[in-house]
Design a protein around this ligand. Structure first.
Ligand SMILES: [Zn+2]
Length: 451
C-alpha cells in the first residue's frame, strides 16, 4: 500500500453506502433539524396552554392563603407544572421520536413499550425537578440581583449527582448491562485499557437494541461510577474487532480526557448566562403568553413562562452546544487513533452511524446542527492519520505512538480475532416488556439516534 491516498480511501468508504441509504440518511437528518424548530413551537404552545389553565396560580394562592409557605407552594407548583408539561408534551414526543424512529427503521419498539419508558422518565422528572426548582427559587428570593450566578453551582451539583448515580440507579431501569464476556474481544479491550490507564472492569455491553437499532456506544457516570457501554446493535450490525477497538478507544478518550467534567463546567456556566438572559426576557415572554396573573420571575407560577424562555435560549444556543460537543468528539477520535490505532475500524464503524447522521453535510449545517463532526470529516481524519502513522510495510510497529506501558501488550496482532462477535453470548434473553428511551437517558457524550 505504498502511495496510500487518504482522499481516495474516504471516497471509497463513503461509496459503501448505497445512494438509497444516503438519501434516507439525508432525509432523516434534515427532518431532525426541522423538528428542533417545531419542537420549540410545541413548547411555546404547551406553555401557553398551561398558563391559560391558571392551575399554577391557583395552587400557589391556595397554599399560601394567609400564610407564608413559599417553599411548600413552590414545591407543589413545580410538581404540578412538571406533571402537566410531561403529559402535554407526550403526543408531540410520540410523533417526533417514537413514530419517527419506527418510520426510519431505527426502532422496533411498540407504542406501549415506549410509553412505559416515558412513564419512568416522567416519574424521575417529578422526583428531581421540583427539588431543583425549590432551590432555584430560594436563590432568586435570596440573591435578587445575582441569583443567576449562584445558579451555576446549583446546576453543576445536580449534573454531577445525576451523572454519578445514573449508571447505578437510572440506566438499569431501561437496559441490562453486562460486562464484556471473556474472549478475544475482552482480552483486546483489557490490553487497551491497561495501556490507557482506564479501569477495564468498566466495559459493558447493553441491550440497546431494545430501544434503537442505531449503532452506538457511550460513556456515562462520573468518578467511581464511570463506564463505557457498547450497544448490542454494534454486534448485530457485524462489528469486528477493529471496529470495537476503535469505538472503545473513542469512548475511553471521553473518559480519560475528562470530557464529562469539562461539559459539566461549561454547561453550568452556560446555564448561569442563560438564567441572566432569562431574567431579562421574562417580562417579554410573560406578555407573549398572556400570563397576566403571573408575577415576576420570582413567582413559581411563572414556570411555564420560564420554560418558554429556556426553550428559546436553548434553540438559539444549538450551534454553540453542538460546536462544544464537536470539539470533544474530535478529541475522542484522536485519542482512539493514537491508542487503539484502528483507522479502518473507525471508518467502518462511522459508516454504520451514517444512517442517522447524514455523512456529508454542508459546512454550515455541520456547525449548526451536528453534535459530532460529520462522518466524512471523521473518516478523513482517520485516513490522514493512517497515511501519516501506519507505515506501508506492515511489519514494524510504528515508533511514534506514545505508550506509557513499556512493552507492547502481546495480544494485539491482527490475525487473532475472528470477525463474528456474535451477540448471543452476552445478551441473555431479556425480560420482554420493558423498554426505554435509548439515547437520551444515559448518554452524555454519544447521542445515538435520537438526538
Ligand atoms: Zn463520542
Amino acid at each position: 500500500m505504498l502511495g496510500f491516498d487518504p482522499e481516495a480511501a474516504v471516497v471509497a468508504y463513503l461509496a459503501t453506502m448505497s445512494p438509497e441509504a444516503q438519501a434516507r440518511a439525508i432525509a432523516y437528518t434534515r427532518e431532525g433539524e426541522w423538528l428542533l424548530l417545531f419542537g420549540w413551537l410545541a413548547t411555546l404552545i404547551i406553555a401557553f396552554v398551561i398558563v391559560r389553565t391558571n392551575v399554577l396560580v391557583r395552587i400557589r394562592e391556595r397554599v399560601e392563603q394567609g400564610r407564608d409557605r413559599p417553599t411548600l407552594a413552590t414545591y407543589l407548583v413545580a410538581l404540578a407544572f412538571t406533571g402537566m408539561a410531561f403529559v402535554l408534551t407526550l403526543p408531540w414526543a410520540a410523533f417526533a421520536q417514537w413514530n419517527r424512529h419506527r418510520n426510519y427503521g431505527l426502532s422496533n419498539q411498540t407504542l406501549l413499550e415506549w410509553l412505559a419508558e416515558q412513564a419512568i422518565i416522567g416519574a424521575l422528572a417529578m422526583i428531581v425537578l421540583p427539588i431543583f426548582l425549590v432551590l432555584l427559587y430560594r436563590l432568586i428570593w435570596t440573591f435578587r440581583r445575582t441569583w443567576w450566578l449562584w445558579a451555576a453551582p446549583l446546576v453543576a451539583a445536580f449534573m454531577i449527582i445525576g451523572m454519578v448515580i445514573s449508571p447505578l440507579y437510572v440506566e438499569p431501569l431501561f437496559n441490562t448491562y453486562k460486562p464484556a464476556p471473556p474472549g478475544p474481544m475482552r482480552d483486546a479491550i483489557v490490553a487497551l485499557a491497561e495501556k490507557t490507564g482506564t479501569p477495564h472492569d468498566k466495559i459493558y455491553i447493553y441491550d440497546g437494541s431494545r430501544q434503537s437499532n442505531a449503532y452506538t456506544a457511550n460513556v456515562s457516570g462520573l468518578f467511581g461510577s464511570a463506564r463505557v457501554a457498547l450497544s448490542d446493535t454494534m454486534f448485530k450490525k457485524g462489528a469486528d474487532l477493529a471496529e470495537v477497538m476503535a469505538v472503545v478507544g473513542h469512548e475511553m478518550g471521553h473518559y480519560r480526557r475528562d470530557h464529562i467534567l469539562w461539559a459539566t463546567a461549561i454547561y453550568s456556566i452556560g446555564a448561569a448566562l442563560g438564567f441572566l438572559l432569562a431574567a431579562w426576557l421574562f417580562p417579554l415572554f410573560r406578555g407573549l403568553l398572556f400570563a397576566g396573573r403571573v408575577g415576576g420571575i420570582e413567582d413559581p407560577a411563572g414556570l411555564p413562562v420560564l420554560w418558554a424562555v429556556a426553550a428559546t435560549l436553548g434553540l438559539l444556543a444549538t450551534p454553540i452546544n453542538n460546536s462544544i460537543s464537536r470539539v470533544m468528539e474530535a478529541d475522542a477520535d484522536r485519542y482512539s487513533l493514537t491508542w487503539a490505532r484502528e483507522p479502518d475500524g473507525m471508518a467502518e464503524a462511522l459508516i454504520k452511524t451514517a444512517e442517522y447522521r447524514a455523512p456529508s453535510p454542508a459546512r454550515w449545517e455541520e456547525i449548526v446542527f451536528y453534535s459530532h463532526p460529520s462522518v466524512e470529516s471523521r473518516i478523513r481524519t482517520a485516513m490522514r492519520w493512517k497515511a501519516a502513522n501506519m507505515p506501508p510495510a506492515v511489519a514494524a510497529p510504528p515508533p511514534a505512538a506514545p505508550a506509557p506501558a513499556p512493552a507492547e501488550p502481546a495480544p494485539e496482532p491482527p490475525v487473532l480475532i475472528e470477525r463474528e462477535l456474535e451477540t448471543p453470548g452476552y445478551l441473555p434473553p431479556e425480560p420482554p416488556a420493558k423498554t426505554t428511551d435509548p439515547s437520551q437517558a444515559a448518554e452524555t457524550t454519544e447521542p445515538p439516534a435520537k438526538e
